[in-house]
Design a protein around this ligand. Structure first.
Ligand code: PLP
Length: 426
């Protein structure tokens, strides 16, 4: 372990020596040892086109020669305008006002502040939120508050603001209780909205897939029902698409796949194709209009030094172009996952197989409780390197979230390696 480095999400004491990566290309990472491993999860779900795509490399290079950075209050630049135009065109409904920040947590933080201030600016005091059990929205205080209480946030529990949590109606292949779970969730939300009428600023959800909570999937119909309820009670709907955005669910956005138009959407991760930190919070025109005033109190007083960094925006422009050009890849991956997953339904240690777009997951059964601290994660993390795979299970949930450049042969090979690995656990 390097004496000057503190790694994220890592129990430092007794941690395995981190593997030093020297280069990346497409699906593959090369380690200092010369060993090549397949990045089956697009690192932290960001490298949607694989590593080192030359189009993005060139765009950043070109931008760095022209303008590396400039403050974004009173000044603007072409790459930021271009990204905003593409997003406004691609996003559903009238989500057309783009507010930049630089990671998923702050995109959520901005969304929460926007929601509370939206009502305040309209003369209403609504500041409560409804969120879902199992959710993860990031590590800043607002994002932690909106996320399910867990080992990640326990220490800060007393400092988080109160949020009302409802069960996420997770489902999987062969689940015949999906409808009942959805009805129960909708009823619970309605009850909260009735009991605390006019108090909720917004409902926040990771649409279609809860990522860090264990790749838990819900149906498109559930999001439609949620949207309907939300409209009846006049609160805002926030979609945290930090992970699900940019093709991950097989459509450009989960909101597009579910045909639901939220009021605010958070995007990050795949936005720059995994090259640079950049995020956006995009709101509908009605939300923006509540801030459009001469009164300084109605201004959204929020921003960061690197807001709309031109290098990040140039990377995003290139990544969005690539996404448009290669959309067939993310649209067709769900079918490929389904075919490759067939043998897994026969394995006795595998349960809850689920697929949504480019994301495939299942749970490993063992004597321990399901969840993030299940010890099988450590065993898999160690074993997968010998199989030339980069995997990072979420507790006993093993998932694949490959970059869209993965070839059919590479995908079949990855699955054969995973099958071998899982059978060694049985
Ligand atoms: N929201 C969701 C749905 C996420 O999956 C994540 C990260 O995994 C975040 C927010 C936080 O993003 P970041 O790690 O960029 O702060």
């Amino acid at each position: 372990m390097h004496p000057n480095i503190w790694h994220p999400f890592t129990i430092q004491k007794g941690a395995a020596e981190p593997l030093k990566v020297v280069s990346g290309k497409g699906l593959w990472l090369e380690l200092e040892s010369g060993h090549k491993i397949a990045d089956c999860i697009s690192s932290w779900w960001v490298n949607i086109h694989g590593h080192a795509h030359p189009d993005i490399v060139d765009a950043i290079h070109e931008q760095a020669r022209t303008l590396e950075h400039v403050l974004f209050a009173n000044y603007t630049h072409d790459p930021a305008e271009k990204v905003a135009e593409v997003l406004a065109e691609k996003l559903p409904g009238n989500l057309n006002r783009v507010f930049y920040s630089d990671n998923g947590s702050t995109a959520v933080e901005v969304a929460l502040k926007m929601a509370v201030q939206y009502w305040q600016n309209k003369g209403e005091k609504k500041s409560r939120f409804i969120a879902f059990n199992g959710s993860y929205h990031g590590d800043t205080f607002g994002a932690m508050s909106a996320g399910s209480r867990s080992v990640f946030s326990d220490v800060f529990r007393d400092m988080l603001f109160n949020v009302d949590f409802v069960d996420f109606p997770e489902t999987w292949e062969g689940d015949d209780e999906m409808g009942e779970k959805e009805d129960r969730a909708i009823e619970a939300i309605e009850q909260l909205l009735v009991e605390n009428q006019d108090e909720y600023a917004a409902i926040i959800i990771e649409p279609l897939v809860q990522g860090a909570g264990g790749m838990r999937i819900c149906s498109e119909e559930f999001l439609q029902k949620l949207h309907w309820v939300n409209r009846q009670f006049d609160t805002l709907l926030i979609f945290d698409e930090v992970m699900t955005g940019f093709g991950r669910t097989g459509s450009w956005f989960a909101s597009e796949r579910a045909q639901v138009k939220p009021d605010i959407i958070c995007l990050a991760k795949g936005l720059t194709g995994g090259f640079l930190p950049l995020s956006v919070t995009v709101c509908a025109d009605e939300v923006y209009q509540a801030f459009y005033s001469d009164d300084p109190v109605k201004t959204l007083w929020h921003g960061h030094s690197y807001t709309a960094n031109p290098l990040g925006c140039a990377a995003a422009v290139a990544s969005l172009k690539l996404l448009e050009k290669t959309s067939e890849r993310f649209q067709s991956m769900e079918q490929k996952h389904r075919i490759c997953l067939k043998p897994f339904s026969e394995m006795k240690s595998v349960e809850k197989i689920r697929v949504k777009g480019t994301i495939a997951a299942f749970d490993i059964k063992n004597e321990e409780k399901s969840g993030y601290l299940n010890s099988v994660a450590k065993i898999i993390k160690e074993k997968c390197i010998d199989k030339n795979l980069l995997l990072r299970p979420l507790g006993n949930t093993l998932y694949l979230m490959p970059p869209y450049c993965i070839t059919d042969d590479e995908l079949s090979w990855v699955y054969s390696q995973v099958e071998e690995l899982v059978s060694e656990l049985e």
